[in-house]
Write a protein that binds this ligand. Structure first.
Ligand SMILES: *Cc1c(COP(=O)(O)O)cnc(C)c1O
Length: 365
């Protein structure tokens, strides 16, 4: 069986190093707010290229706290993509703000800048572009075209740790960058975890308090906050895995290149579009095809896993529809939800297995 995602090979390689770090954590018994939490924040700020990085419990909290720190609230509109994981709009809706969708581009699967520009009005307070499947959206170009610094940009980097554009890392371009360390993400821990990166001292100060019960001094609470901490065990694992992230992302790129070489000429199959100045880190390798279901079944018959990210465009989700009745048709988002298929992708997927997957797909009549 070739799984769509598998961590076992990676763990076997990192086992000694990780167990060694965990032993130290267990003997120190400093499980919350220990030295690994401090160092992973410093290491990630340095890696991404921001002044600050603040750890928290999940990517969802990272988005929620970012919006709150930028003063987004009731009645405000936040523009985002309908082709993403639900968290992106959950964070907006927690605050009573309204998610406003802008359709995606078929080539990159990312939100379409021109569609964003059409949706901007006086109520627009923020935009959340998602660097979907590891492919960086050009945030800088968007900021230039909006030309209004009162509209805040929150980058959803949950699927794109280490990716970049024009040599600038995602998470360092907008007002904040939001990362998830859910185990399947490019940089994943062994539980839940998240991080916010920013250059804004103000956002940093607000988020620091929010994630820790509204407090900066023990038992003195300035606001009602949350319990959203990254624990020492997860931070220790992340410190080990961060050392390998560039290598592992390059292994993903190598696999994607094999897929591209073998699949891009097949009629009926659309492979992800590459552009030179973007460093795509292939959180997913996602094709689209009008015979998607047939391909999926054929792979399954050959014991090859695949997955549909995402089967439902967000404006059609019950949780959204019950609050907002958005009748707009997001043509590209809906087209992709009925035609997309994510093939097996993880750094240690053996190359001969990638070739085998390509052969199975090539032979579909
Ligand atoms: C995973 C993911 C999130 C949420 O991260 P969690 O850590 O699971 O809360 C947010 N946005 C996108 C695009 C994601 O893929």
């Amino acid at each position: 069986m070739i799984q769509q995602f598998d961590l076992k090979k990676e763990y076997a390689i990192l086992e000694d190093e990780i167990q060694n770090e965990l032993k130290k954590v267990f003997s120190k018994t400093n499980f919350i707010g220990g030295e690994n939490v401090v160092s992973i924040e410093n290491n990630i700020a340095k890696y991404i290229g921001t002044k600050y990085a603040i750890s928290c419990n999940s990517g969802t909290d990272a988005l929620h706290f970012s919006l709150k720190s930028l003063d987004i609230g009731k009645g405000d509109e936040v523009i985002t993509t309908p082709f993403t994981f639900i968290s992106t709009i959950e964070a907006i809706m927690y605050l009573g703000a309204k998610p406003v969708f802008a359709d995606i581009e078929l080539g990159s699967y990312n939100i379409d800048k021109n569609e964003i520009l059409k949706k901007i009005n006086k109520k627009t307070k923020a935009i959340i572009p998602v660097h979907l499947f590891g492919n960086p959206f050009d945030v800088k170009n968007l900021i230039k075209d909006i030309n209004d610094s009162s509209i805040k940009i929150i980058e959803d980097c949950a699927q794109s740790f280490g990716s970049g554009i024009y040599c600038q890392r995602v998470g360092s371009i907008g007002d904040t960058g939001c990362f998830s360390f859910y185990p399947t993400k490019n940089l994943g821990c062994y539980g839940d975890g998240g991080m916010i990166t920013t250059n804004s001292e103000e956002a940093y100060n607000v988020i620091r308090k929010l994630k820790n019960h509204g407090s900066s001094k023990r038992y003195h609470h300035d606001t009602i906050g949350y319990n959203s901490r990254l624990d020492e065990i997860q931070a220790a694992i992340l410190n080990v895995k961060l050392k390998y992230i560039d290598q592992y992302n390059m292994m993903r790129v190598k696999i994607a290149n094999i897929y591209n070489d073998n699949l891009s000429d097949i009629e009926n199959i659309f492979t992800p579009k590459k552009t030179d100045y973007r460093h795509h880190v292939y959180h997913q390798y996602t094709i689209s095809s009008n015979i998607r279901d047939k391909i999926m079944k054929k792979l399954e018959k050959n014991s090859i896993g695949s997955a549909i990210y995402y089967p439902v465009s967000l404006e059609k989700q019950k949780a959204f529809k019950e609050v907002y009745n958005d009748k707009t048709i997001y043509k590209n988002s809906n087209y992709l939800s009925s035609s997309c298929l994510s093939l097996p992708m993880y750094p240690h997927l053996p190359e001969d297995e990638v070739h085998k997957i390509c052969e199975v797909i090539k032979n579909i009549k």
